[in-house]
Design a protein around this ligand. Structure first.
Ligand SMILES: *Cc1c(COP(=O)(O)O)cnc(C)c1O
Length: 361
């Protein structure tokens, strides 16, 4: 079976060597040696300003909202993974959906200002598929209305925009290191921020607010990463450049084999060094998508409908805004298998099946 993604497993001896260190240290969590080592290596690799490793990519979004959004209205995108919206509601804030750009699929920045009210406290938007939002426009709006900006950068490991790491934009950016993501620690994630004050605030909040064993800085939760997760990250990191290079090969082969008279692909924003994290294709209709998905399925190929349905249709949110682009694209976008080691023959087979389903061979 060929699935949409396949987790990268580093050589087991390399993983075991890190596990041995954990046994030597007799230390499993609370900022142990491996967590410190991974923090240092990732900070350097990503050229990050400040980075806090966490146990997944959802808690840092919730922690940032908890600190910044004051249970107000949060401007957000309907086209993302459910964690973007559920985190807003979980933190007792109200999501206010703004439609997306038809080609970049990130929030349509020209529609943000109309959605701002005196209850708006923050903007939480996704660099979907690793494609950056219009950062400059969002930054200008945030400054004008004194709003905090949180980027859901879950898909963005290794992405740079205007030669700067994508994580170095916004008040906070969050990446996921889930097993299905480009770089992973099994479960895991990181919060990135630009200044010392925010860093300290977020650091306290992710460890119950502890300021030493007996003192508390303020409210907090438990989002700490464990040494076992850090061990996986340390064994995957040496392969990350090879992983990205190999995914580039897969994407370029799809680019050359698929018929873009029948399909549309994602447009990457200018000045972006992309990470080949997803390969979404947009069909002319949902009927064509379903027909293609079915033909792939009977051939044991399982793509995924990232991201359907539109998050504005979740049972626990309300929406009064016009989201016609997102409502139009979400039902007809499909992510093709893309992972390290996906064989050329299989990429050819997938591309041929798509052409067959669309009535051309
Ligand atoms: C994966 C993902 C998350 C959540 O990350 P976890 O590490 O699974 O908690 C959040 N937002 C987006 C857009 C994602 O794809």
């Amino acid at each position: 079976m060929i699935t949409v993604t396949k987790t990268f497993f580093p050589p087991i001896e390399e993983y075991k060597a890190y596990i041995d260190k954990i046994w030597e240290n007799k230390w499993l969590t609370n900022n142990g040696d491996l967590t410190k080592e991974l923090t240092a290596k990732l900070t350097k690799h990503l050229n990050a300003n400040h980075l806090i490793l966490m146990t997944n990519g959802t808690l840092p979004i919730q922690i940032a909202l908890n600190a910044f959004a004051e249970q107000g209205e949060v401007i957000t995108t309907p086209f993302s993974y459910v964690a973007t919206t559920s985190s807003i509601v979980w933190e007792k804030c109200t999501p206010v959906f703004v439609d997306i750009h038809p080609e970049y699929l990130t929030i349509d920045e020209t529609k943000i200002e109309k959605a701002i009210t005196n209850k708006t406290t923050a903007i939480l938007v996704t660099h979907v598929y690793g494609n950056p939002c219009d950062i400059e426009a969002i930054d200008a709006i945030a400054r004008k209305y004194k709003l905090k900006v949180i980027y859901d950068a879950a898909h963005c490991f290794g992405v740079t925009y205007k030669n700067k790491p994508i994580f170095n934009y916004g008040d906070v950016s969050v990446c996921s290191f889930h097993a299905t993501k480009l770089f992973h620690t099994g479960e895991g994630g990181a919060l990135f921020c630009q200044d010392e004050n925010t860093y300290n605030e977020m650091l306290y909040r992710h460890k119950f607010g502890h300021d030493g064993p007996l003192r508390f800085h303020g409210i907090g939760i438990n989002a700490k990463i464990s040494e076992l997760q850090a061990a996986m990250g340390l064994s995957v990191l040496p392969y990350i450049d090879a992983i990205i290079q190999d995914r580039k090969r897969v994407c370029e082969l799809y680019d050359s084999l698929l018929d873009f008279k029948l399909l549309r692909r994602l447009k990457i924003r200018a000045h972006t060094e992309w990470n080949y994290s997803y390969y979404p294709i947009i069909f002319n209709s949902e009927t064509e998508l379903l027909k293609t998905e079915e033909l792939l399925k009977v051939n044991d190929i399982i793509p995924r409908r990232y991201f359907y349905p539109s998050l504005s249709s979740l049972s626990y949110v309300n929406n009064n805004n016009d989201l016609k682009v997102s409502d139009d694209i979400a039902p007809r976008i499909l992510c093709l298998p893309l992972y390290y080691g996906l064989e050329n023959d299989n990429i050819k087979k997938i591309s041929e099946l798509i052409s067959t389903a669309l009535g051309k061979s």
